[in-house]
Design a protein around this ligand. Structure first.
Ligand SMILES: [Mn+2]
Length: 354
């Protein structure tokens, strides 16, 4: 619960308490999963409010804070606000529905709800730097993901469809983890120029590049990897693009260290691709943080003004996409360390031809 105490300490003085209602943030601070309840965080205390369905379990696993069983959530909140004399309450600006906020305002007329991003920013910034527990979960999720990749390599062949390949990856991941990090992407041939294309009944043909982007979830923690492989012999043009993307990816990895700004890592790859005339063919950002969300802070983009810090887990995933023709993306997931990084993605990035 260290992170919960960090949050209490960082709560701005003009905010009496914060109400966390997103199940993802509740899980982050308590490691407890629920779909109905809130975590109230004050400067010195925290209360998990949940209903009968979760109460017994929550009470048995959460020891450091009060767990309260509610029949009427708003009545319980009113009680906490009143007993403590609270008048300003922050909510998670990026998670709370407009309707929920309207209901709060109607129900709690004397409370000022703080809807600026300060409370959210504190939470999302805390989530950027992973604990050892989180790192283990992400590493485990990546092991499953990589095993799925090694297994699908034996399955891919000419004539199989993108959907066949996606189902093969999905089955492996579902058999070995809690679920898919996101809808698996498998795009081949001309479809591979679509960075986030959806797998189709398109059969794999000789000379195709196949881009696969996928991940597994372990205890709520995500993994994310992308590999581009080919079937049969590759044209020299495709081989060249592959080697440019790979060199760009390695360039980014070699630059990664504590203190480097996310936008600087992104720019390094963008400038490198530009040398080959591929500036507009890399239309997405270089990477993103991974954790309880598949995409979370920090974002490695041209606007990413956060500096990398030990304990952050981010992806490095440059790509070049030639519209209507083909594309290549290579993605690793890494942990920022004191001296550089540790790559969670172990398998080879040299071009695999099947
Ligand atoms: Mn990714």
């Amino acid at each position: 619960m260290q992170k919960l105490f960090d949050l209490m300490r960082k709560l701005p003085p003009d905010i009496d308490c914060g109400v966390i209602s997103s199940s993802i943030n509740i899980k982050y601070f308590t490691r407890f999963s629920l779909t109905d309840g809130v975590l109230v965080v004050t400067h010195s205390d925290a209360y998990l409010l949940t209903d009968f369905r979760y109460y017994e379990m929550a009470k048995s696993v959460i020891k450091d804070i009060s767990v309260i069983c509610f029949k009427d959530l708003n009545a319980e909140l009113a009680n906490i606000f009143e007993v403590n004399g609270f008048s300003s309450v922050a909510i998670e600006s990026s998670y709370v529905a407009v309707k929920t906020l309207e209901n709060y305002k109607k129900r709690f007329k004397d409370i000022t709800f703080i809807t600026d991003d300060r409370f959210d920013d504190i939470i999302l910034d805390l989530r950027m730097v992973k604990t050892d527990y989180e790192i283990k979960k992400i590493e485990h999720a990546q092991e499953v993901t990589e095993a799925a990749f090694n297994s699908v390599l034996n399955f891919i062949s000419e004539g199989k469809t993108e959907l066949d390949i996606a189902r093969n990856l999905n089955t492996f991941i579902l058999n070995n983890s809690e679920g898919l990090s996101f809808d698996t992407i498998v795009v081949s041939g001309s479809n591979s120029s679509l960075p986030h294309g959806v797998p189709s009944y398109k059969p794999i043909q000789k000379g195709d590049l196949i881009t696969m982007d996928f991940g597994a979830i372990v205890d709520g923690y995500h993994s994310d990897m992308t590999r581009t492989v080919c079937v049969g012999e590759l044209s020299s043009e495709k081989e060249e693009i592959y080697s440019i993307v790979l060199s760009g990816q390695k360039l980014a990895l070699n630059s990664v260290k504590e203190g480097i700004r996310c936008s600087d890592v992104d720019r390094l790859v963008r400038d490198y691709f530009k040398k080959f005339g591929f500036d507009s063919e890399f239309g997405h950002s270089l990477g993103h943080g991974v954790g309880l969300d598949i995409h979370e802070r920090p974002f490695l983009s041209s606007r990413g003004n956060i500096e990398l810090k030990k304990g952050m887990v981010v992806t490095i995933e440059p790509g070049i996409y030639l519209s209507g023709r083909f594309g290549v993306r290579i993605e690793d997931m890494i942990l920022i360390t004191e001296n550089g990084y540790k790559n969670f993605t172990k398998c080879s990035k040299e071009l695999i031809c099947i």
